[in-house]
Design a binder for this molecule. Structure first.
Ligand code: GDP
Ligand code: IMO
Ligand code: MG
Length: 471
């Protein structure tokens, strides 16, 4: 049966979520682009410009950071809800770039309650990472603690390996409250001056303290007038897009319109349920949708959990199935595993179904999208981790989100015969070689959810999607 993206959601009568089940970059952008035509709105609810979602249409590649991946469809409204942290510089650049490529971005709306990633947040993110790396180098004695001991990072140290997009410092200010700026604040610069005066004092003191711990790093000094001018420009540029998205979303669902929630980052990076502290700072699973949008959880409906046919991770933290050999390099090259946001080479490993079993449960995945299956063609054997062995010799099927404990597990693998044939032209499961089908069946059996979408290449049409998603 040929796959028709518009048919995928055609029978849907509720909203649907697309959420990552691993450490990010599973192919969420491609899946959202695939099913958007069946929805009236596509909604980002968490994260910020740390996300990099790729959509490939013909020879055109789009890398979306803050704008929802459904933006390429003019009939679907793109919505950035209140749980997102918005970097105006990145957003404006992204809107201009899309408009320059002929994409209509006029309908994009941004929550007035979304928090703003300010220039000092990015400076702090970068400096904090340098400070942590430096304190590791100094054996941590000068900060009064052993970072490796408290972080569970082992010899990888205490830095998180962030994207340096200011995400952690912005969400921290959201929790701190007095030093936070929201999108609505950008629209009333007159009341901002006083607040920025206090904020500059706090930020310059914090940054000065951190810079003192990084040899050769001068403390950045932020000035009220400069920040105010920046905020005024950002506010004026974004004003036409800003609205109360909570009411907008409620109005849409009351009219019977359907929403597609686009998760950013992924479940193992969730601030509560991921491999803490090597996580991002938001609720990345489908659990984050109600808080991030203002819609009660009963509106979430179907949840499509997106996973790669193998594992990748960017940044620090435990990854039990990581490969350091030629097989890992081969997967990295075949999958072009270099970060969409930072360009960093991604860490690569065999598929970890202990992790996916856990995250599918957390997000309530009703179906799976297994992406980048094409990358695994040509390997003699494929290893799939279904259990972990603990240091005491016992085995478990349960994931262990505590980083220090997870560092100590050994993956227990099922070995499958590899498939030699390229699968990039497959458009139905029946077109796949039997060994590729067996691989997918193992995933379904172990995770307990059906595979609804299969990615066989980066381009929009390189997909197997035989049944509607969201029914
Ligand atoms: P996201 O953050 O989850 O949206 O994923 P990214 O866009 O950061 O990374 C996924 C990468 O895989 C991008 O380069 C996509 O173009 C690419 N991709 C997505 N699906 C497939 C697929 O099925 N096969 C191949 N080879 N590449 C894919
Ligand atoms: P998408 O939406 C991959 C990782 C970073 C780092 C950690 C914390 O494209 O899947 P942060 O900047 O958020 O404070 O970094 O989280 N990370 C991602 N890795 N894909 C992402 O997003 C990520 N968002 C954050 O590499 O390890
Ligand atoms: Mg990405």
């Amino acid at each position: 049966m040929p796959s028709d993206p518009t048919r995928l959601a055609s029978l849907t009568d509720s909203c649907c979520a697309v959420t990552g089940l691993q450490w990010g970059d599973e192919g969420k952008g491609k899946v959202v682009d695939l099913i958007t035509p069946g929805f009236d709105g596509v909604v980002r609810y968490n994260g910020g410009a740390n996300a990099g979602h790729s959509v490939v249409v013909g020879d055109q590649r789009y890398a979306l950071h803050l704008v929802p991946s459904g933006i390429l469809y003019p009939d679907t409204r793109a919505i950035v809800a209140g749980g997102v942290v918005v970097d105006p510089d990145v957003l404006i650049k992204e809107l201009d770039a899309l408009a320059g490529r002929g994409v209509d971005v006029s309908g994009l709306v941004i929550s007035d309650r979304a928090h703003v990633v300010m220039p000092y947040h990015k400076a702090e993110d970068e400096l904090r990472e340098q400070f942590l790396a430096e304190s590791e180098r100094q054996g941590a004695s000068d900060v009064g603690a052993d970072p490796a001991a408290w972080s569970g990072a082992g010899d990888k140290g205490a830095s998180i390996g962030t994207t340096k997009r200011g995400i952690g410092p912005c969400y921290a200010d959201k929790a701190q409250r007095a030093t936070a700026i929201r999108v609505a604040d950008l629209l009333r610069p007159d009341t901002l001056r006083e607040r920025l005066r206090t904020i500059c004092r706090v930020k310059n003191a914090t940054l000065g303290g951190l810079a003192a711990g990084v040899p050769g790093h001068a403390a950045p000094a932020f000035e009220v007038d400069e920040l105010l001018e920046w905020a005024r420009n950002a506010g004026e540029r974004l004003r036409a897009h800003v609205t109360d998205t909570t009411y907008l979303l409620h109005d849409m669902v009351e009219r019977g319109e359907r929403l597609l929630f686009e998760g950013a980052n992924a479940a193992l990076l969730d601030v509560d349920h991921g491999t803490y502290p090597f996580v991002t700072s938001s609720s990345t699973t489908a659990l984050g949708i109600p808080a991030g949008t203002g819609l009660p959880s009963r509106h979430v409906g179907e949840v499509l959990g997106v996973m790669k046919a193998y594992s990748t991770r960017v940044g620090n933290g435990p990854m039990p199935t990581e490969l350091f050999d030629d097989t890992g390099s081969k997967i990295r090259e075949r999958g072009r595993e270099y970060g969409t946001t930072t360009g960093r080479p991604r860490r690569v490993g065999w598929l970890d179904l202990v992790a996916v079993r856990y995250t599918a449960k957390l997000s309530g995945a009703t179906g799976l999208a297994v992406m980048l299956l094409d990358v695994l063609a040509g390997f003699d054997e494929l290893m799939v981790c279904t259990r972990y062995r603990l240091p005491d010799g016992t085995e478990t099927e349960r994931f262990i989100p505590d980083s220090a404990t997870l560092e100590g597990v050994t993956p227990v693998y099922e070995r499958l015969e590899g498939f030699a044939e390229e699968v990039v032209d497959a458009r139905a499961r029946a077109d796949l070689p039997p060994r590729a089908r067996a691989y997918l069946e193992l995933i379904e059996r172990e995770v307990g959810a059906p595979v609804r979408v299969i990615g066989v290449g980066p381009e929009r049409s390189q997909v197997i999607a035989e049944e509607p998603v969201g029914v």
